[in-house]
Design a protein around this ligand. Structure first.
Ligand SMILES: [Zn+2]
Length: 307
């Protein structure tokens, strides 16, 4: 299940392979082919970067290639002539460089090019990227403050316009770490708790930037994917159910995650204090490994809300 950490890892691997190289071939296939602007042969690749769960490849003529992996997309790296591990019919972008490196993007639901990053609406509207050093948590809180106060907190955490990078895994894990019931409406979440949720999710994402086996606690994950099993903390049974318009699966421990309801007076104040929240302990980190074949997060997006 791909989240910001996965896409940042992919971007780093692609950056090492592609940055500074010149294009021998740039091909877009599928629905995006007709619209795509194409950098010319000989154009240099200047940078590969992730913004939340979005991957951007920059060319020195100003063109930017934007891909979002959805549920099944992935970038692979090959040598020229090497056999691909996925069918050619799934290829959406093929980039070949002057040193014989071939980068292929398979099955990504979002492929587009623009003359500059600000031409990419879903990228432009993203909240602060929690995978980066020192993300602007105050900005995430301000953006959360603009949402419908009835929005359930786990849905808020997934909203990439509020903060970028959190997917289904860290949504559930951050709520557990902070003891928050994922179905609590935003209006009932204390500001310190909201800050703590973003700080915690950011720490978890960054702790997993160099790993492929995600861990947020010793032994792996606390609740995500553990429905019906014993809570690692209290031994009660971990629950799961689908949540929000997108019916994304949420995992939680009903005893460790009790609702935190504010008073009506508290609920009228806006969500922009600058007090430091005490963040939970540093998550455990699993062994490192490198691969760019990291499928991505979330489902294909139809609105910028959950890009
Ligand atoms: Zn528990």
């Amino acid at each position: 299940m791909p989240e910001g950490d996965t896409i940042h890892r992919s971007a780093r691997t692609l950056e090492r392979a592609l940055a500074g190289r010149r294009l021998q071939r740039f091909e877009v296939r599928g629905p995006a082919a007709a619209r795509a602007s194409r950098p010319k042969t000989g154009t240099a690749i200047t940078q590969v970067e992730a913004r939340g769960k979005h991957l951007l490849i920059h060319f020195d003529d100003g063109i930017v290639l934007h891909t979002h992996m959805g549920m099944h997309g992935a970038w692979h790296l090959y040598r020229h002539g090497e056999r691909w591990r996925r069918p050619g019919t799934q290829a959406r972008v093929i980039i070949e460089t002057d040193n014989g490196t071939v980068a292929v993007c398979f099955a990504a639901p979002t492929v587009e090019t623009a003359r500059a990053t600000h031409g990419l609406r879903n990228v432009r509207d993203l909240g602060p990227d929690l995978c980066r050093d020192e993300p602007d948590i105050d900005e995430a809180l301000r953006r959360a403050g603009r949402l419908d106060p009835r929005t359930e907190i786990a849905v808020v955490l997934l909203d990439q316009r509020v903060a970028a990078g959190i997917g289904n895994v860290y949504k559930s894990e951050a709520c557990f770490a902070c003891g928050v019931d994922p179905f609590t409406p935003l209006a009932a979440i204390e500001i310190e708790t909201l800050r703590s949720l973003f700080v915690t999710a950011a720490r978890m994402l960054r702790a997993n930037l160099t790993t492929t086996r995600r861990a947020t606690v010793d032994g792996g994950l606390a609740v995500y994917g553990r429905s019906g099993r014993r809570c690692r903390r209290c031994s009660n049974v971990v629950m799961s159910r689908r949540q929000g318009e997108q019916h994304r699966m949420t995992y939680w421990c009903p005893s460790c995650q009790s609702r935190r309801v504010r008073t009506a007076a508290d609920a009228t104040t806006t969500a922009t204090t600058t007090r430091d929240a005490t963040a939970p302990s540093q998550p455990a980190v699993a062994p490192a490994s490198t691969t760019v074949d990291a499928a991505s997060a979330g489902r294909p997006t139809r609105s910028p809300r959950r890009a």
